[in-house]
Design a protein around this ligand. Sequence first.
Ligand code: ADP
Length: 360
Amino acid sequence: MEKSIIPRLEVKSLTKVYDNTKVVDDISFSVLPGQITCLLGPSGCGKSTTLRMIAGVETQSSGEVWVDGQLICGSGFSQPPEERYIGLIFQDFALFPHLTVWQNVGFGISKNNEGIKEKAYELLSKVGLSTKSDNYPHELSGGEQQRVALIRALAPKPRIMLMDEPFSGLDKRLRDDIRDETLDILKLEETAVLLVTHEPEEAMKMADEIALMRNGEIVQKGAPYNLYNAPVDREAVAFFSDANIIKSKVSGSLADSPFGQFFAPGLDEGTHVEIVIRPQHVRIDFDREGRGPLPTVSMGIPVRGCVERARFLGNESLVEFKMDFDNSIFRVTVPSVFLPKTGQPLWLTIPRDRCFVFPT
Ligand code: ADP
């Protein structure tokens, strides 16, 4: 029989009330050793408060936190932050300016530990900074300082690393490099990582699992692929990308629209619904020179719209159409360069398997 793995971090029904408002509302999740979980959600949804309760710098109103199968805080019990084996990295990764690089790293290693300098040197060489060990922070670039901060946080060998928007202060290219490097090290050390971010792209790139938060609650949890392809509601779609919306009503398990009928399984007759389509899933008919394609079962009915605006975005083009049927704007992305003139009529279709139908 396969041995079950004890989660490195387990959060059970964690709740925080400020001024009679639940800012974190009964959330539960676990993170395995070497796993990266992202708390993703808009600003103010309770991500940092959750992180602070796990770190022990904020007291929960109710709920429990377990580390490697041991309770570290629960009703009437709270281990102090320094005894929790939890590392923290924040966006504001202040290094001590009066200490050298190795002394900064050494700060995280126990005072009784012999050979602190050698240990710091060894850790720094993991991120290619051993030659800078005698430099001061102001002599390093932003990216190098971030690496030192990471190594300092890893020095005490935390079992869990909590990261609050750790890369948002870095420019994009540096961010990609440092992010990959950081994750490689954390995985190697089997550290469980809980990362907070409001950027879906960041979460998709980093996470093994994403917990999507809204108003203090986790609304959906799963692998990035599942969140993107099987979102729970319209807001979950819209959090990851633009979304085109068509309003409709269920009739005989189908929702009717100008693009044809969409399956609405499990929804009662007469339920008001929204058909939600991502811009990259709308197809433009290029083949029939504007005469419009013939309808097919999988693609539904072609619908005419006129180009309002077209912009080239680098990897793709974004074309906005004003639809004939209700004058609404439909956004469509097309790979590479496609910049039709304003006013040009084109026919759009929507593949059945690429859209979502949600009750309103
Ligand atoms: P996020 O990290 O998702 O941006 P936060 O956890 O920082 O969100 O905040 C969640 C909610 O809790 C916000 O509405 C915020 O104003 C409120 N909040 C956070 N800290 C306190 C506090 N110390 N006192 C009162 N309200 C707070």
